[in-house]
Design a protein around this ligand. Structure first.
Ligand code: CAA
Length: 258
């Protein structure tokens, strides 16, 4: 059985890390599997939104694979970190919205994987944390940078140096989790949310995500200019016209992705 599974249901793709016996810990094979899955989903013209999850219900992902990492020297670890970063970044640069659906443990490299998605849905009982200091290590797949951007520098330092886990409801209060759902229903709710997004204009969805992500690293004036350019681009699309015509005609828009 593959360590990463991809299923396509209508316009919604679901990518599942599938090593439940190791709480879906990320090893080299999982990184290879995620890279292939991200490429496959991105290239599938039918797919309009995507969900990322972990198999088994006990964990989204409990971190990078500690047993595999034990053999690493400094250069192996640097390369593993670089590879993780490059694979995870594919969700950020994707035309698609990626939703992380989290049940159970979401720790270390797992929390880092979830944070590379566009947002995180979770149950109140799920557990988030960056426990690397317990191992004498630090986060290596974006935990220092992405976590600080999501929850602020002081809280990120606190979480990374205490290794304390926070529950899903606390993570929501911190801004790490967008939406809470009942335990056992997070994947289904995330797929329903993805289905809703799939009904919107796909170029508009991709463009909105691109501007927000790119704009976050720009001074406000340059971000505003980027938005103006992107707003203009939408008016040159078939979907932009269709959406406004359909509104005026009081019918549902039929978006074609052009
Ligand atoms: N790597 C490798 N195997 C892992 C793992 C990990 N990160 N997390 C869990 N497993 C394995 C366990 O070794 C165990 O396997 P065996 O049955 O073969 O012993 C199996 O998954 C089930 O785990 P537990 O028996 O430990 O389950 P539990 O319910 O008692 O505890 C837990 C759950 C608290 C999440 C505990 O498994 C744990 O602390 N896991 C490690 C969490 C961690 O430290 N994550 C950070 C890893 S470092 C990292 O991610 C670096 C980075 O940023 C890139």
């Amino acid at each position: 059985m593959s360590v990463v599974l991809t299923t396509i249901s209508g316009p919604v793709a679901t990518v599942t890390v599938n090593r439940p016996e190791a709480l879906n810990a990320i090893n080299g094979a999982v990184l290879d599997g995620l890279e292939a899955a991200f490429a496959e989903v991105e290239a599938n013209p039918v797919v309009r939104a995507a969900v990322l999850t972990g198999a088994g219900g006990k964990a989204f992902v409990a971190g990078a694979d500690i047993k595999e990492m034990q053999a690493f020297g400094a250069e192996d670890a640097r390369a593993f970190s670089a590879r993780g970063h490059s694979v995870f970044a594919r969700m950020e640069s994707s035309r698609l919205v990626w939703i992380a659906a989290v049940e159970g443990f979401c720790l270390g490299g797992g929390c880092e994987l979830a944070m590379a998605a566009d947002w995180i849905n979770a149950s109140a009982k799920s557990r988030f944390g960056q426990p690397e200091v317990n191992l004498g290590l630090i986060p290596g797949f974006g935990g220092t940078i992405r976590l600080a951007r999501r929850v602020g520098q002081a809280k990120a330092i606190e979480l990374c140096v205490t290794a304390e886990m926070v529950r899903g409801d606390e993570a929501k209060a911190l801004g790490l989790v967008n939406n809470l759902y009942e335990p056992g229903t997070v994947l289904e709710a995330s797929q329903a949310q993805a289905q809703l997004i799939a009904g919107k204009g796909p170029l508009a969805v991709a463009n909105a995500k691109r501007v927000i992500r790119s704009g976050a690293d720009l001074p406000q004036e340059r971000g505003n200019a980027l938005e103006q350019q992107a707003f203009g681009i939408q008016f040159g699309t078939v979907d932009g016209k269709e959406g406004m015509v359909a509104f005026s005609a009081k019918r549902s828009a039929e978006f074609v992705g052009k």
